[in-house]
Design a protein around this ligand. Structure first.
Ligand code: SAH
Length: 224
């Protein structure tokens, strides 16, 4: 898989991909994440990428031209399965969407900034709009990192234990059961006996019951 992220603030996307699981995934060649600085595609001598909104009002708007030049440059190299725009009014991101995207080959993600992007980009170039929640961020970068993280950890071989992504919350319509580690007792707080019993079947049953109970408590409307 290859993920191209287009932003006017590339530094915001440096650290999320430079550590831990996401970095290892790239080192192993399972995914390539390439961040593109929109300013490099600006023909303006000051590398401007934004301008005032027609009709007036506060806030700058990302201009079409640098974005389209970047899209064209990337599209001339390979085909893209989706050209995604991060947007607070997009489709709400979910585990199901992460699963779907993890099956694709090449993804492009455009990050907005300021007031957003010229609407004609959304109308004519974007194939999918994603929101990470009903709140407004100052830019699409953190949202793009959230989407890329959720997708990359699903790629086969990224997590050391292949089954561990499958036992995460939401994969089976249930949230995950509680987990514990050593010591078995700390300041009088004990780990449930069943987890220390060594009886695998009972442990599995207990975990499943806990998942069901937690889902009812924490996500009563979760679709099964
Ligand atoms: N004026 C816009 C908000 C712009 S916020 C509005 O009211 O809808 C600037 C940029 O941050 C957006 O273009 C988008 O790319 C990103 N962004 C903000 N909130 C987001 C969210 N919840 N999910 C995804 N992207 C978001």
């Amino acid at each position: 898989m290859r993920i191209d992220i287009i932003t006017c603030l590339p530094r915001l996307l440096e650290s999320p991909f430079a550590d831990s699981i996401l970095q290892r995934a790239q080192d192993k060649g399972l995914v390539e994440v390439v961040v593109h600085d929109l300013r490099k595609y600006s023909l303006d001598k000051h590398h401007r990428v934004d301008d005032y909104a027609f009709g007036g009002g506060a806030g700058m708007v990302l201009m079409m031209e640098p974005i389209v030049r970047c899209f064209d440059a990337l599209k001339s190299e390979r085909e893209y399965d989706e050209i995604i725009y991060m947007s607070p009014d997009g489709e709400l991101f979910s585990q199901a969407m992460a699963n779907e995207l993890s099956l694709k080959g090449n993804l492009m993600i455009l990050c907005g900034h300021y007031k957003g992007v010229d609407e004609r980009i959304r109308e004519h170039y974007i194939t999918k709009e994603i929101s990470i929640g009903d709140y407004v961020l100052s830019g699409g970068e953190l949202a793009a990192a959230v989407v890329a993280d959720a997708v990359i950890r699903l790629l086969p071989g990224v997590l050391s234990d292949e089954t561990s992504a499958l036992t995460d919350s939401f994969q089976d319509g249930l949230v995950a059961p509680p987990v514990y580690t050593r010591p078995a007792e700390f300041q009088g707080f004990k780990v449930p006996d069943v987890l220390l019993s060594g009886h695998q079947k009972n442990i599995e049953n207990w975990r499943f019951e806990q998942s069901v109970k937690r889902t009812e408590e924490k996500r009563p409307n979760q679709k099964k």
